[in-house]
Design a protein around this ligand. Structure first.
Ligand code: 4NP
Length: 173
């Protein structure tokens, strides 16, 4: 399973999601479940940049290391490479849907659809924290932890198909 997290600039939300995912895979000894966790932006306006300082600070306060990430723009080949492609918000999901070949549309989804807290609160999107303050980054990181935590449970319990967000069909007997 290869997982790609997607936001707009790839300097705030999706690098945080990638770092949270890597941290928990290692901590829970579930690395065998995910061959690759990566992140990209649908816009290339920050390509090559390190994550926003506020994202790095919020992450490192909780043990997540974002320091070596460099922003990358979504590439058409990502649709083939990644089995699960999770957007932070609906706008970026729409961008993905428009660019993604029909064959791979079932690989697309929203990160927070995996988050138990987000589901219970009816929240579907991780909002863009870029133009807000430091507190916004903490809130965004809370949401990302919820989504990634739920995703890890789904992966661990085998609730995801080999590709995409559709659950594995139950055996007929
Ligand atoms: P991200 O945040 O999509 O979470 O990386 C943003 C970063 C930069 C901009 C917008 C959102 N920007 O407009 O430059």
């Amino acid at each position: 399973m290869r997982i790609l997290f997607v936001c707009l600039g790839n300097i705030c939300r999706s690098p945080m999601a990638e770092a949270v995912m890597r941290y928990w895979l290692k901590k829970e000894r579930l690395e065998h479940l995910v061959e690759e966790a990566a992140s990209v932006g649908t816009s290339g306006s920050h390509e090559g940049e390190y994550p926003d300082r506020r994202a790095q600070a919020a992450g490192s306060n909780r043990g997540y290391d974002l320091s070596s990430h460099k922003a990358r723009r979504l590439h058409q080949s990502d649709f083939e490479r990644y089995d699960l492609i999770l957007a932070m918000d609906k706008e970026n999901l729409e961008t993905l849907k428009l660019a993604c070949p029909l064959l791979y549309q079932n690989r697309l989804g929203l990160l927070l659809h995996f988050g138990p807290l987000a589901i219970s609160e009816g929240r579907e999107e991780v909002p863009d924290p870029y133009f807000g303050g430091v507190k916004g980054f903490e809130r965004v990181l809370d949401m990302i932890e919820d989504g990634v935590g739920g995703l890890l449970l789904s992966l661990r319990d085998g609730q995801l198909g080999q590709h995409g967000t559709h659950p594995v069909p139950e055996d007929e007997d």
